[in-house]
Design a protein around this ligand. Structure first.
Ligand code: ATP
Ligand code: MG
Length: 451
């Protein structure tokens, strides 16, 4: 079978390989996407040329994975991963192959790949398919199936089970029975995989259109209990009263909502973990209703531990934890302007939109029924009103500074800091007081009181 739509640039690149007497095949996700009728994201090339030969063929080549026979070729604004035909052997730690052996045929190269849908190659330039495991058929049927014996393949590399559930969420595919059944016996191998490789898969799950699909498969196979026990234990933690779902289902529905709304990664993470502390804080009150006092703080602490464990960047950790800690606000019309200003300061202007997103996901996930209108509109109106009004939100927005205080005899140092904070509190309560004249007056009184 031939695939008709080979990109002109790939044909151009193929000609360079042919001129050097070498073969080039398009492999991996790009082929999968083309068979599914989608635009390929990035191009992986397999070749019988050695990394050294590839390096000599092109002007810009970066040795990105030279140990595994991979180099990155930069060509007319594109980056292509070019890997020499190879097999892998001696996986004694379930991490990475100890040894890479080059092989001479594309068929031998395809047989080391994880899933049949990832083991189809298109010969360049004409697009003739090499498909020894009927990957095309599995792609058309929407099936994720290991190449060869699933337990053996998962035993070689414990990341593959997580890749299977990730692809299920990303592509909406089903995992074939024997492949799914091999995940549980392979958990000891998955346990040895590096946290960075696992985190990359978690990120791709969260980036998929319906992350819950992967998390439910993870629960069914034990991957969730192994990798995210804090989340898994929310199963059967009932919270009747306001909620339809147990804590785990609630978290998954919230996460799917955030994904559907195209929320950024920190919001998706926050939606997934915002309630994990409920298990520790659940108590029945005298009326027989479950309460979860302070769960946002426990959830935030547990989330920090999880994200540190997976070595997430500090920026992502801080943002996610902050959103979780602040997710329990309950706006009421009786909030004073000062209360609204304090809310804005506590959350941070730059986090408001993301907190709204988290709150909408949380609200949706109490029932899974879309709310008729955006219940946050009254709060957003108040916040926007206050933000457009020229009022002070931090010490640097005060109409007074340290020099002004020095001029009325306030010494610099911690004492001056205290006075500036008091002035800010005053202005938060009454923005009208944010003029130099009035603030100097107040500062004089404060300094008398403290002095
Ligand atoms: P995407 O790039 O969309 O995540 P992909 O299938 O291209 O999907 P890559 O991680 O880029 O995934 O890998 C390219 C190809 O290399 C895969 O299609 C697969 O054939 C092979 N591969 C990647 N990781 C593994 C692995 N852990 N075990 C076996 N084969 C793998
Ligand atoms: Mg790829």
């Amino acid at each position: 079978m031939k695939h008709p739509h080979i990109h002109p640039l790939l044909k151009e690149i193929a000609a360079i390989f042919t001129d050097h007497g070498k073969q080039a095949f398009l492999v991996g996700g790009a082929v999968r996407d083309m068979i599914r009728g989608e635009e390929a994201q990035d191009w992986d090339i397999a070749t019988d040329a050695s990394p050294k030969e590839v390096t000599d063929m092109f002007a810009k080549v970066i040795p990105t994975g030279i140990k595994h026979g991979t180099v990155t070729v930069r060509y007319k604004g594109h980056a292509l991963e070019v890997t020499t035909f190879r097999t892998e052997s001696e996986y004694d730690d379930g991490r990475r192959p100890n040894k890479v052996d080059y092989v001479s045929t594309i068929e031998a190269d395809l047989s080391r790949r994880d899933f049949t849908m990832n083991a189809v190659a298109l010969a360049l330039p004409d697009g003739e398919a090499s498909d020894p495991f009927d990957g095309t058929g599995d792609i058309e049927r929407g099936i994720i199936r290991c190449v060869g014996n699933p337990e053996e393949r998962f035993g070689e590399d414990g990341l593959r089970p997580l890749r299977a559930v990730r692809f299920a969420a990303q592509l909406g595919f089903e995992i074939e029975e024997a492949t799914l059944g091999a995940i549980k016996p392979s958990l000891p191998t998955t346990e040895k995989v590096s946290v960075e490789r696992i985190r990359d898969e978690l990120d791709r799950i969260l980036d998929s259109p319906k992350p819950s699909r992967a998390f439910r498969l993870m629960e069914e196979t034990g991957l969730l209990q192994l990798l995210l026990p804090e989340l898994a234990r929310g199963r059967n933690v009932e919270q009747k009263g306001f909620h339809y779902f147990d804590v785990l289902d609630h978290s998954l529905v919230a996460c799917d909502f955030a994904a559907q709304e195209n929320a950024p990664p920190a919001v998706r993470l926050a939606a997934l973990f915002h309630d994990i502390g409920k298990v520790d804080t659940r108590k029945l009150d005298s009326a027989g209703i479950w309460t979860f006092y302070n769960h946002e703080q426990i959830s935030a602490d547990l989330t920090r531990e999880i994200l540190l464990r997976f070595r997430y960047p500090n920026g992502v950790i801080d943002k996610t934890v902050h959103l979780i800690k602040e997710h329990m606000f309950h706006y009421d019309e009786i909030w004073t302007d000062a209360a609204v200003r304090r809310f804005v300061i506590r959350v941070g202007e730059e986090n408001l939109i993301d907190l709204y997103r988290l709150r909408r996901a949380d609200a949706y996930a109490t029932s899974g029924i879309p709310l008729p209108r955006d219940f946050l509109v009254p709060l957003i109106r108040r916040v926007n009103g206050i933000l457009s009004y020229n009022s002070a939100f931090s010490i640097k927005d005060l109409d007074i500074d340290g020099h002004d205080l020095l001029s009325i005899g306030v010494q610099s140092g911690p004492y001056m800091g205290i006075i500036l904070k008091e002035l800010l509190e005053t202005v938060l309560d009454d923005p009208e007081l944010n003029t130099k004249e009035k603030l100097l007056e107040i500062a004089k009184n404060l300094s008398k009181r403290y002095g």
